[in-house]
Design a protein around this ligand. Structure first.
Ligand code: MGD
Ligand code: MGD
Ligand code: MO
Length: 761
């Protein structure tokens, strides 16, 4: 009997159907199927969340007003009329302002399938009609993406591909020092999908092999509680100071690997001079760092001695660089690994993002499977992805990025598909105001997200349970046929079909579809997979057989890697692709940029806000990834809903903090700062710094006017975060840099609006 599978970024599941009800079951080869999946079917069948038919904001449809807000009223139209209006509007904008006025950076995670990938389809379509202004880098790790090529000569993708395999760490490492932990919570996810989750088995094996694990994080729970890890809890955003002090200890105790520094790095001497305080008069001692990080100097000294005496891996969660000056903890961590001389050896050195998603460091052959070609964009302009509000507010204004001085484009039409800026961006009230500036906003999504509610034109798409697709991840050893296991929701259509009809009206249908139906495309992609497989010496079954069996495994996919091993084995034959051919601990190209907020070597720079340099009533907001959903996806499903407190997003506090503010588990709190305010429900966590709170990102934004003040009554943290670039180098977002105050909410609890669709006519 043929087996049906469903796949998403949170994994692959066997689908069973009884009486039209589907249930999802983890695969036998999956050690820990994601709990996120528990909310999948309910979210995708929730009539209060799903968009049923094309909808137009009444104010825009009738008078072209731009007064977008979360409680707009919509008029529903049929698909033909909707497609006509979209095509007319595109023609108008292109004729009046040119294609660069279409902003379709459209950042976001969309769904996992290779064909129905929202951004690929949108960009492919727009490229047939003259192109669009795009966006560069990610919200995940922009600071590292821009920095790593300068200091290692590797694009971030290559760096990630080369990272030392988890298996080698388990076999060879004696001391694993994890900044930001390694957590099964975030390891539920793999961009583009996975058939396995292996972070807990990895950590268990590591511990069984006798490796000592140290979690350096404001949250103890960033590491599995059963692992008996040591926990050092610095103030958030102060890791660079901590690492500088570790470097200071290693230098001054004579334990630096001078041969390694001489052979493989450039600029170690200027870095050492900075660490020793030769020019600024401030040696970066353990006592110095203790004041900033709130970690005892003795702890720092002991850790440095342990690191120098052991086979050590320094692991950093992506979170560390989603912060003000986020380039520097990563740069400092790499520099410290170099000072220890442990880079290029199996299981030690430096790693970035282990556990941040599950396939990072997976010991697998990398397979470059085909995807839908996006075509070529005739418009060259772009913005760094997190500068969206600045772009909308300041067309023509100049800014620095990656060594360039650029100008913000003038976006007249904003088109988002497969992403949710009113989840992912920081300081959402500022975005809310800027969002009213473009003439037109088009959103394609399957659900009434905060972004869809702020669109003029809303085009409802299917979700991955409602269409066939192919799940492939270059780090996974299985290819999965994703079956349509549920009927399409109401009038929802595949992104491809929506765009095909618009392309027909724009005269580019043939260019967009190449005459292929969806099935033709799936077959075409599968044939491309066959060529990739043959080049690797194996065959894939034909499409019908793939469709029938649903899951095909790549043979002999096991393969381990060691970051920079060839370079370390023979630096003359395999230099890094930096100007010096070495790891640039001091980087002349960054020095040449003359950026005050990004010096040319790892440097402690005061962040925009932090604990220890603020009003003592302030708490640090850690707004990491949610355990129960992917960002804002599935927030209206059972798993996320079950986690809410009186329907509000949970806010974890240390019991001492709760006592200090007169709070108990289950209370509603107002979390606020100068940028905004939200409500949340208190939970207690004794494995959290008492001056921090943890609230996951992703609660659907529900801004309401309460006594003259805008409050997100549901608990979206991004009303509290800062909209500022990490530096003029990367312009990455700094979601993890934010201070807040909390107090008990004693007023009546406002009813939620986001749990119902907007007003529809
Ligand atoms: N405070 C704070 N903010 C953060 C972060 C943080 O740590 N803290 N993390 C940041 C990070 S790392 C990221 S990556 C971003 C994530 O931000 P986003 O990727 O924007 O968040 P998602 O909720 O995954 O949005 C994806 C959207 O695609 C839609 N979608 C799904 N399938 C389809 C489809 O087939 N077609 C179409 N058209 N749409 C579809 C979903 O319904 C959803 O609305 O958030 C960032 N924001
Ligand atoms: N369940 C689930 N998993 C996900 C996602 C999801 O939405 N849901 N999203 C995926 C995506 S897109 C991404 S980019 C990754 C992100 O992966 P990460 O960036 O690793 O995840 P975060 O939850 O943002 O942060 C991890 C931990 O870092 C710690 N931390 C925060 N600030 C600091 C600091 O200044 N210093 C130190 N030492 N620690 C700090 C926090 O305690 C936090 O729990 O997660 C992926 N995995
Ligand atoms: Mo991300």
């Amino acid at each position: 009997m043929s087996q049906k599978y469903a796949a998403s970024h949170w994994g692959t599941f066997r689908v069973e159907t009884h009486d039209d009800q589907i249930t999802l079951h983890g695969l036998p080869q999956d050690a820990e199927p994601a709990q996120i999946a528990k909310g999948w079917v309910s979210a995708m069948t929730n009539p209060n969340a799903r968009i049923a038919r094309p909808a137009f904001r009444r104010g825009w449809l009738e008078g072209r007003d731009t007064a977008r807000s979360g409680d707009a009223e919509f008029v529903q139209l049929g698909w033909d009329e909707a497609s006509d209006i979209v095509a007319q509007e595109l023609n108008r904008v292109i004729e009046t302002h040119g294609n660069q006025a279409i902003f379709a950076g459209s950042y976001g995670w969309a769904s996992a399938g290779r064909f129905h990938h929202a951004q690929s389809q949108l960009r492919r379509f727009l490229n047939t009609i003259g192109g669009y202004t795009g966006a560069k880098n990610t919200y995940s790790h922009a600071a590292a993406e821009v920095l790593l090529p300068y200091i290692t000569g590797m694009p971030h993708r290559v760096f990630q591909d080369q990272m030392t395999s988890l298996d080698l760490i388990a076999d060879h490492c004696e001391l694993l020092v994890c900044f930001g932990g390694i957590s099964a919570r975030t390891a539920q996810i793999a961009s583009s999908g996975t058939t396995q989750h292996e972070v807990t088995p990895f950590l268990t094996k590591l511990a069984a092999n006798g490796c000592k694990i140290i979690n350096i994080s404001p949250r103890g729970s960033d590491m599995d509680a059963d692992l008996q890890t040591d926990w050092i809890a610095p103030r958030p955003g102060t890791d660079t100071a901590l690492i500088l002090a570790l470097a200071h200890e290693v230098f001054t105790t004579g334990k630096a690997d001078r041969d390694f520094l001489r052979t493989y790095t450039q600029g170690a001497d200027t870095f050492e001079a900075y660490v020793l305080g030769r020019h600024d008069g401030t040696p970066k001692t353990a006592q110095w760092a203790a004041q900033i990080c709130d970690v005892p100097a003795a702890t720092i000294k002991t850790l440095a001695a342990q690191m120098a005496a052991s086979r050590t891996m320094i692991s950093m969660a992506w979170a560390l660089q989603r912060a003000d000056h986020g380039e520097h903890p990563i740069w400092a961590g790499l520099a410290l690994a170099a000072i220890l001389g442990q880079i290029g050896k199996p299981g030690t050195g430096f790693g970035f993002g282990y556990g941040s998603t599950t396939p990072v460091g997976r010991a697998r052959k990398l397979m470059d499977w085909p995807s839908v070609p996006q075509g070529k964009n005739p418009v060259a302009d772009f913005i760094p992805v997190a500068r969206i509000t600045d772009m909308l507010n300041d067309a023509g204004a100049s800014y620095r990025y990656d060594g360039q001085t650029r100008e913000y484009p003038d976006a007249k039409l904003v088109w988002w598909s497969g992403g949710n800026p009113f989840h992912h961006h920081q300081d959402l009230q500022k975005l809310d105001a800027a969002w009213r500036r473009p003439e037109t906003v088009i959103v394609m999504d399957h659900s009434w997200t905060a972004t869809a509610r702020r669109a003029d034109i809303v085009l409802p798409t299917t979700g991955p349970l409602e269409r066939c697709d192919i799940m492939i991840n270059r780090r996974d050893d299985a290819l999965v046929f994703m079956s349509a296991v549920q009927p399409r929701y109401e009038q929802a259509r595949d992104d491809y079909d929506i765009l095909t009809d618009i392309a027909a009206r724009m005269g580019t249908q043939q260019a967009y579809t190449q005459g292929r139906t969806t099935r033709d495309w799936l077959v075409h992609l599968w044939e491309g997979c066959g060529s990739v497989a043959r080049a690797q010496g194996f065959d894939l079954p034909d499409f019908e057989a793939f469709e029938d069996t649903g899951l095909v495994t790549v043979p002999d996919a096991y393969e381990t890697r060691v970051l920079m091993d060839r370079f370390v084995a023979d630096p003359a034959a395999h230099p890094l692709k930096t100007p010096s051919g070495k790891i640039e601990i001091d980087c002349p190209r960054i020095a040449d940029m003359g950026l005050a907020n990004c010096p040319a070597r790892p440097t402690w720079i005061e962040p925009a806000e932090r604990l220890g340099a603020c009003d003592p009533d302030c708490l640090h907001l850690i707004s990491g990834q949610p355990a129960t959903r992917l960002h804002a996806q599935l927030d209206m499903g059972d798993a996320a809903q079950a986690s809410k407190i009186h329907g509000r997003e949970p806010c974890a506090l240390h019991p001492r903090a709760a006592e200090r503010f007169g709070l108990e588990a289950g209370d509603i709190v107002l979390v606020e700062n100068d940028r905004g305010a939200c409500l949340a429900g208190v939970t207690l966590d004794d494995r959290l710094r008492p001056d921090c709170i943890f609230m996951a990102t992703g609660a659907w934004l529900d801004l309401q006017d309460i006594d003259g003040r805008q409050i997100c009554v549901h608990g979206n943290v991004n009303v509290l975060t800062l909209d500022k670039g990490a530096s003029d180098l990367s312009q990455g977002n700094i979601a993890h840099t934010a201070l807040v105050k909390i107090s008990k909410w004693t007023g009546p609890l406002p009813a939620l609006r986001v749990t119902r669709p907007p007003e529809l006519r």
